[in-house]
Structure formats: structure tokens, C-alpha cells
Design a protein around this ligand. Structure first.
Ligand code: B4P
Length: 181
């Protein structure tokens, strides 16, 4: 089983992913974590990515697809894709790669939450890219570049929308219900 967790920045994708992999036998693939690891290691990719991430923009599709491809090919487990795909090009690239491996995405969970709650959460988190100006840009980037994926997966009949506000446990219970169905 391959699962995508989709949602605006700060919707709680990373938080729910940590719960999901505990209960379901999936390998966590977070492109945000992978990029932050590159930054921490001071690699050329990390240095380039940091400039983009600090502005709240998206790292290029080529870099992201290159990063995830080897992970997918080298894994024999179902994957939980967290924060990926974020553009139609990434979604099509993922579909193409999985098709070549005779696999497919089984579920897409959309965490639905309003912008004001998101801004409150991210300001409380206080990561380097969590200042108000960057957050507003990330929300705009989400609406322009990532939100079209909602329709992309709805038309494939794979999308389930889950209310993303409430306690972490309550939200996870909603997610688990979808994945267990
Ligand atoms: P990501 O690392 O993917 O993270 P995110 O969208 O900011 O947050 P997430 O939704 O995971 O929220 P979290 O659980 O942490 O992206 C960071 C950047 O990397 C992007 O802006 C982009 O530049 C780049 N990037 C990543 N993937 C890319 C791709 N595929 N293509 C191009 N660029 C890419 O939760 C947020 C906060 O809320 C936390 O503090 C958490 O504790 C809190 N919280 C969570 N659930 C809560 C709840 N139920 N109640 C109260 N607080 C809660």
C-alpha cells in the first residue's frame, strides 16, 4: 500500500505521518525532512534548497524527483509520502515511476484545515521558515501549485478528505479509519 498525505503547509502532515507509520507498516518519505537533512549536512543541494525554502517557494521538480526516485526503487515496503508530491509535474512523475514498477498510489489523505489555525500553529513551531511573511507566501504557493492535486487525485477516485483540526489523536483516528477501510 502506498499513501500520500496532502495538505497546506503546517496542516500537520509530519505530525500525522509519525502516528501513521507506527500503526501501519509503511516507510516514511518526507521531502521536507530530506531537504532539511541536506541543509544540515551543508551539501550543494542543501545550500541551494535553503534559499528557496526560506522564501517559502518550492524546490525544483527535478531535484525533488531525483531525491525520491532512488528511495522508492530501493524500498520493498509501502511508502507514506509526506509533503510530496507538491506540483502536478511531481504527481505525474510519481505515477510514471510507480507504473514502471507495476505499483500505484492506493490512498490520498487530504488534511483540511483553515489558514488562521495554520498560521497560529506555525508561528508556535518557530522553524526558520516559520515567520509570518514566509508562511503567507507558502500558503499562496500551496493554493497555486499544490491545490490542483486535490482534483488530480479526486478524478482518480483516490482522495479522502479528513478534518485537520482537533487533537492529534482525534485527527489520527479519522485518518486510521480511512486507511483501514
Ligand atoms: P514540509 O517539511 O513538508 O513541512 P510543512 O508543510 O511546513 O509542515 P507539515 O504539514 O508537515 O506540518 P507539521 O506536522 O510539522 O515543507 C517545508 C518546505 O520544504 C516547503 O515550504 C518547501 O520549500 C520544501 N519542500 C518540501 N517538500 C517539497 C516538494 N515536494 N517540492 C518542493 N519543495 C518542497 O505541523 C505544523 C505545526 O503544527 C507543528 O508545530 C505541530 O506540532 C503543530 N501541530 C500539528 N498537529 C497539530 C494539532 N492537531 N493541534 C495543534 N498543533 C498541531
Amino acid at each position: 500500500m502506498h499513501v500520500i498525505i496532502l495538505g497546506a503547509p503546517g496542516a500537520g502532515k509530519g505530525t500525522q505521518s509519525a502516528e501513521i507509520i507506527k500503526q501501519f507498516d509503511l516507510q516514511h518519505l518526507s521531502t521536507g525532512d530530506m531537504l532539511r537533512a541536506e541543509i544540515a549536512a551543508g551539501t550543494e543541494l542543501g545550500i541551494a534548497a535553503k534559499t528557496v525554502m526560506d522564501k517559502g517557494e518550492l524546490v525544483s521538480d527535478d531535484i525533488i524527483l531525483g531525491m525520491v526516485e532512488s528511495q522508492i526503487k530501493n524500498s520493498d515496503k509501502g511508502m507514506l509520502f509526506d509533503g510530496f508530491p507538491r506540483t502536478t509535474v511531481q504527481a505525474e512523475g510519481l505515477d510514471k515511476l510507480l507504473r514502471s514498477l507495476e505499483q500505484e498510489i492506493n490512498h490520498v489523505i487530504l488534511l483540511d484545515i483553515d489558514n488562521e489555525e495554520i498560521i497560529e500553529r506555525m508561528l508556535a513551531r518557530g522553524r526558520e521558515d516559520d515567520n509570518e511573511e514566509t508562511i503567507r507566501n507558502r500558503l499562496e504557493v500551496f493554493n497555486n501549485q499544490t491545490a490542483p492535486l486535490i482534483e488530480y487525485y479526486r478524478s482518480q477516485d483516490k482522495l479522502s478528505t479528513v478534518l485537520g483540526s482537533g487533537s492529534v489523536e482525534d485527527i489520527f483516528a479519522r485518518v486510521a479509519k480511512v486507511l483501514s477501510a
